[in-house]
Design a protein around this ligand. Structure first.
Ligand SMILES: *[C@@H]1O[C@H](CO)[C@@H](O)[C@H](O)[C@H]1NC(C)=O
Ligand SMILES: *[C@@H]1O[C@H](CO)[C@@H](O)[C@H](O)[C@H]1NC(C)=O
Ligand SMILES: *[C@@H]1O[C@H](CO)[C@@H](O)[C@H](O)[C@H]1NC(C)=O
Length: 480
């Protein structure tokens, strides 16, 4: 860094630095919300308001689709408090509700015994905004649940809280519970988590395919073997019964305002792009594919290697292509991690493939890459927020035709889909070559993705969708 940076640039440099450490990042996230140095006057007012923890002016609330939640008492039950997707989404909902003057209470069911820096910072961020945070286990939690107009359980695992804390009060609370589900993995289908599902007011799920999956699995999987004794004889019976899903609402997520702000700031994007590329040793003219966390990285690498071979065989004139794999965690030293790193060494592509540690803020990487690869395998992502975040950055998406990705990416228009599994390796390799060779196509897809985000995947769209659900649920709870 030799150049003098403007205040705006400084802010985004901070963001970049923030990716390096958790504590700095949280400090930054919190500060960013209050940093008025380069904000518009509106935000300066917001700052004062949040510091005092008082509700916003009436005018702001009235324009929100959630304004009918004013003065309503809402209890949010988070299974944990961390910087992962689920809790952060619930926090966003907390702030939306605070923004319209709802009385919002937050409890975290699973908390480590020792004080945790992340939890401490997040709780303070909430307290600053007037969200009341207290223990999940005490009488206050029970009383608040009984008084609440609405209780939101976040993720399937949060279901454990019901029996553990509410005990005999469970039936009184269930009719006002909205269960927000963000997962579709087999191990969530446990009776201890989901047995109350049929009696809650509603389930809110992030994608159609996940909603369908829950419907299927709750019908077919919850099989219980019981034994019945008749006198001295013990009969083992397989009793099959299923959990009937409550009324289910599909609510696609939206991008936060903070993310859109970076995505739409060309100066910020350029600064972040330059810095990240410099740190990776990738030149501005190289084409960089970003691969998000999770499984599928092994298959991606095979595709990537194949695409390099295709380019060589066909003697295609393309800029050199690179891949950055974000969120790999070598400290965990899993077999999977070692395997993918060995593959890179074996194929001698270590100067093309860059691994970076788990990071909180994805923005710098989204600013730095040219294409997002969403290669989730199996059933895919429940939704996959990174996909809409990348589209906000005008990036085309190469994704598996699985899970929420199919509801976000329009194949052939905002990206290209390939099949999950080994069958997808060759198609993905071809798609990588396609986007590397056709600059126009790549840019057009990115623009279309951005337009799609502006049409349906913004925070305010999500707020509208959630508002419709909450209205319904409140109505139901009242009639109960
Ligand atoms: C749900 O079950 C139906 C019928 O068996 C099947 O066609 C569909 O693929 C399943 N959907 C999911 C998401 O599992
Ligand atoms: C990633 O994490 C490892 C282990 O904590 C550390 O040694 C390494 O320096 C980190 N890399 C970067 C780029 O921060
Ligand atoms: C996506 O569209 C392309 C044509 O644009 C087609 O060849 C491909 O099979 C489609 N992928 C999926 C998974 O539907």
């Amino acid at each position: 860094m030799v150049k003098q940076h403007s205040p705006i640039q400084k802010r985004w440099l901070l963001l970049l630095l923030a990716t390096l450490s958790v504590s700095t990042a949280i400090a930054f996230i919190i500060r960013a919300a209050f940093d008025s140095s380069c904000d518009r006057p509106f935000d300066v007012m917001a700052e004062k308001r949040f510091r005092q923890g008082s509700p916003p002016p009436i005018g702001a609330a009235a324009s929100s689709p959630l304004s009918f939640m004013k003065s309503k008492l809402v209890l949010l039950v988070s299974h944990e408090l961390s910087l992962s997707g689920g809790p952060l989404l619930l926090m966003e909902l907390a702030f939306l509700l605070r923004g319209v003057g709802a009385e919002v209470y937050w409890i975290t069911n699973q908390k480590p015994l020792e004080t945790d820096e992340v939890i401490y910072s997040l709780e303070h961020k909430m307290l600053d905004r007037g969200v009341q945070v207290f223990s999940a286990k005490g009488q206050e939690a029970i009383d608040t649940a009984l008084r609440a107009d609405l209780v939101v359980l976040n993720t399937a695992v949060a279901g454990k809280w019901l029996d553990a804390v509410l005990k005999e009060n469970v039936p009184r609370v269930l009719p006002k519970v909205l269960w927000w589900i963000h997962e579709m993995r087999g191990h969530y289908f446990k009776m201890e988590y989901v047995k109350h599902l049929p009696l809650v007011a509603g389930a809110m799920i992030d994608s159609h395919v996940t909603a369908e999956y829950w419907k299927n699995r709750t019908q077919e999987r919850l099989r219980v073997v019981g034994s019945v004794s008749h006198g001295p004889m013990v009969h083992k019976h397989e009793i099959t019964f299923w959990i009937k899903m409550p009324k289910t609402y599909v609510v696609h997520l939206g991008n936060s305002k903070e993310l859109m702000e970076v995505a739409e700031d060309s100066v910020a994007k350029r600064v972040l792009r330059e810095h990240v590329r410099e740190s990776l040793g990738v030149r501005n003219e190289d084409i960089l594919f970003g691969v998000s966390r999770g499984k599928g990285q092994d298959l991606f690498l095979r595709s990537f290697y194949e695409s390099l071979q295709l380019i060589q065989e066909k003697k295609l004139q393309v800029p050199s292509i690179h891949a950055v794999i974000v969120g790999s965690d070598m400290t965990v030293q899993t077999k999977f991690e070692s395997e993918i790193r060995n593959f890179v060494l074996l194929k001698k592509i270590q100067n093309r493939v860059h691994f970076v540690n788990k990071t909180l803020t994805v923005s710098p990487y989204l600013a730095a890459i040219d294409v997002l690869v969403q290669n989730s395998q199996g059933r895919g992502e429940c939704f996959g927020r990174i996909t809409i975040e990348a589209m906000a950055f005008q990036l085309p998406v190469l994704g598996t035709a699985a899970g929420g990705t199919t509801e976000i990416v329009v194949n052939g228009s905002t990206g290209l889909l390939h099949l999950a599994g080994k069958e997808g390796v060759a198609p993905l390799a071809k798609n990588i070559v396609k986007l590397a060779t056709h600059v126009e196509r790549r840019l057009t897809m990115g623009k279309r993705g951005y337009e799609r985000v502006k049409e349906i995947f913004l925070e305010r769209h999500m707020a509208h969708r959630i508002a419709a659900v909450l209205k319904d649920v409140l109505q139901k709870a009242k009639n109960n």
